[in-house]
Design a protein around this ligand. Structure first.
Ligand code: H2B
Length: 99
């Protein structure tokens, strides 16, 4: 199912609203790195993100080493080969609310 890809203006608004995130993958994604006290805290965060992702039916790409979690948000169903959409803005908003 195709999802409308953000225009450059919508992408600029997204970054303004979520300044801790930065553009990645030639503007097709946003990324943010989180650091925690230890692995247990990082894993707890990942669990909460997983629940949000399931509730929104929108799933992050992520990488974890010990206390560091790197999140990338993109919409696989946007544009020709994936891109940013309102789904990424909504998930970024919810994730920002966790920290
Ligand atoms: N997650 C992400 N990041 N992008 C998508 O396009 C996407 C998703 N699509 N999670 C969803 C699931 C889709 O495959 C299901 C069928 O709704």
């Amino acid at each position: 199912m195709s999802v409308p890809e953000f225009t450059p203006e919508q992408t600029a608004d997204l970054l303004k609203a979520h300044p801790d995130w930065s553009l990645a993958r030639d503007g097709k994604a946003i990324a943010r790195t989180f650091r925690f006290k230890d692995f247990s805290e990082a894993w707890g965060f990942m669990n909460r993100v997983a629940l949000l992702a399931e509730a929104q039916d929108h799933h992050p790409e992520w990488f974890n080493v010990y206390n560091r979690v790197e999140l990338t948000l993109t919409t696989h169903d946007a544009g020709e080969t994936g891109g940013l959409s309102a789904r990424d803005a909504r998930l970024a908003q919810a994730i920002d609310g966790l920290v």
